[in-house]
Write a protein that binds this ligand. Structure first.
Ligand SMILES: Cc1cc2nc3c(=O)[nH]c(=O)nc-3n(C[C@H](O)[C@H](O)[C@H](O)COP(=O)(O)O)c2cc1C
Length: 374
C-alpha cells in the first residue's frame, strides 16, 4: 500500500512493530480522553473558504525564530526513533531537512544529538528536560550548542510522567537494541527492566527529572545559555504572558499528545487564547493531533507560526525509514498547500481566524471523527 494520508502510515507501522512498541507510540495517559480530543477537536472545526482570489500556487514557506523553512510542518521531539527503525534520528533529520522542515531532537533520542547533527540537512532544535541533577541538564545545553542546535526547547509539562496504562499493562521497557543515545548506557540500565504492572520509562522519569520544575529553572536556563529558549507545553494565557515577560523566544501549545494530564482540553481549543496572550512578544507553535493539511491550516489560522507532528513521524519511520518520513512531510505540505489554494490564501501570512466558520457545529457523524487506534 502506498500511503495517501498520514494515518495510512499508522496501519503500516502496526504491521511492523511489536504491539508493546505500537502501544508506547500510540498511547496516551488515563482514559486517553485528551489523546482522542486533540484530533476530534481539529476535525470539528469547519472552514469558510474565500473564492475568486486569484491565489495560484500557494507559498508554504515561513521563518521560525528567524530560520527560513520551506514548510511550517515540523517534527516534534519524540523519544527513541530507534524504537521505530534502526536508522533512528539520523534518518529522520535527513528526511526532514530535505523536505525543508525543522526537527526537534528529544533528550531521550535513540542516537546521540551529535550523530543527529552530523546527519542533518536542515535546521535542528534540541528538546531539554530539567534533571534533578542540574549538571546533567547543563551538560546537555553545552553539547547542543557545540553541535550547532539553533534553539533549546524546555519541556515544561512533565514534572511527573502521565499514567500511561498501555505501558503499565505491557510492563514496558526498552528493548535490548534501543538505548538513550545522549547518555552513558550504564547510568540507564533501569530503562531495560520493568516489574509487572510498571513502566521502566515512567520509573526512570520519576527518578531522573526534577518534580519541582518552576520559573526559577527557566531563569537559570536563560542565564546559562545564549541560545533561543522555547517552552513546550504552555496552555494557559497567564503562563504565555509570563513566558513573554521572562524573555522566552517561543512557546509551544502542547499537551504532550495526550500523554500527560488526561482530560486536558484539546490544544486547538486552547491555542487562540495563548496566541493572544503571547501578543507578538514570543512566537507560538502548536502540536497535538495534526494528521492532515487542513489540521495544520486551522492551527496556523488560529495563531500558530508552525505546527509539529509527533506520532505520524514515527509511524512513517517504522513503515519505511527516512524515505517514508520525507514522503509524509511532503504529503502534509502538499495537503496544506491545496487547502490554502482552496481557501484563497496565497501565503501563510494570509491565514487568519476568518477562515473558521462561525459557531462551528459539532460533528454528529461520529464515524467520520478520526480516533487514534485503540
Ligand atoms: C512516542 C512519543 C514520545 C515522545 N517523547 C517526547 C519527548 O521525549 N519530549 C517531549 O517534549 N515530548 C515528547 N513527546 C510529545 C511530542 O513532542 C508531541 O508533543 C506530541 O506527540 C504531539 O502530538 P501528536 O503525536 O498527536 O502529533 C512524545 C510523543 C510520543 C508519541
Amino acid at each position: 500500500m502506498r500511503p495517501t494520508r498520514s494515518v495510512d502510515y499508522r496501519t503500516l507501522a502496526h504491521l511492523r512493530l511489536p504491539p508493546a512498541v505500537s502501544d508506547f507510540i500510540d498511547g496516551g495517559s488515563g482514559d486517553e480522553i485528551t489523546l482522542h480530543e486533540n484530533t476530534a477537536a481539529l476535525r470539528r472545526l469547519r472552514l469558510r473558504p474565500n473564492v475568486l482570489s486569484g491565489t495560484g500556487v500557494p507559498d508554504t514557506s515561513t521563518t521560525v525564530l528567524g530560520t527560513p523553512l520551506a514548510t511550517p510542518i515540523a517534527v516534534a521531539p519524540v523519544a527513541y526513533h530507534t524504537l521505530a527503525h534502526p536508522d533512528g534520528e539520523t534518518a529522520t533529520v535527513r528526511a526532514a531537512g530535505d523536505a525543508g522542515a525543522l526537527t526537534v531532537i528529544s533528550t531521550f533520542s535513540g542516537q546521540s544529538m551529535e550523530e543527529a547533527a552530523r546527519a542533518a540537512t536542515g535546521p535542528l532544535w534540541f528538546q531539554l528536560y530539567r534533571f534533578r541533577d542540574r549538571d546533567v541538564t547543563r551538560t546537555l545545553v553545552r553539547r547542543a550548542r557545540r553541535a550547532g542546535y539553533a534553539a533549546l526547547v524546555l519541556t515544561v509539562d512533565t514534572p511527573v510522567l502521565g499514567r500511561r496504562h498501555r505501558d503499565l499493562r505491557n510492563s514496558f521497557a526498552l528493548p535490548p537494541d534501543v538505548r538513550p543515545g545522549n547518555f552513558d548506557a550504564d547510568h540507564h540500565t533501569g530503562l531495560r527492566h520493568a516489574s509487572p504492572g510498571h513502566s521502566a520509562i515512567a520509573r526512570h522519569t520519576t527518578e531522573a527529572l526534577e518534580p519541582a520544575l518552576g520559573w526559577a529553572d527557566v531563569a537559570w536556563l536563560r542565564r546559562i545559555t545564549d541560545l533561543p529558549i522555547v517552552l513546550k507545553g504552555v496552555l494557559a494565557p497567564a503562563d504565555a504572558r509570563r513566558a513573554a515577560s521572562e524573555g522566552i523566544d517561543a512557546v509551544i501549545v502542547s499537551n504532550h499528545g495526550g500523554r500527560q494530564l488526561d482530560t486536558t482540553a484539546a490544544t486547538i481549543d486552547l491555542l487562540p487564547d495563548v496566541a493572544e496572550a503571547a501578543g507578538g512578544h514570543c512566537e507560538v507553535l502548536f502540536d497535538g493531533g495534526v494528521r492532515d493539511g487542513t489540521d495544520a491550516l486551522k492551527a496556523l489560522a488560529l495563531g500558530a507560526r508552525a505546527v509539529m507532528i509527533g506520532r505520524p513521524a514515527l509511524w512513517a519511520l517504522a513503515a519505511g525509514g527516512g524515505e517514508a518520513v520525507h514522503h509524509l512531510l511532503t504529503l502534509l505540505t502538499e495537503e496544506l498547500s491545496d487547502a490554502m489554494a482552496l481557501c484563497g490564501r496565497p501565503t501563510l501570512a494570509d491565514l487568519d481566524a476568518t477562515l473558521l466558520a462561525p459557531a462551528t457545529p459539532v460533528c454528529r457523524h461520529t464515524t467520520t471523527a478520526r480516533r487514534e487506534a485503540p
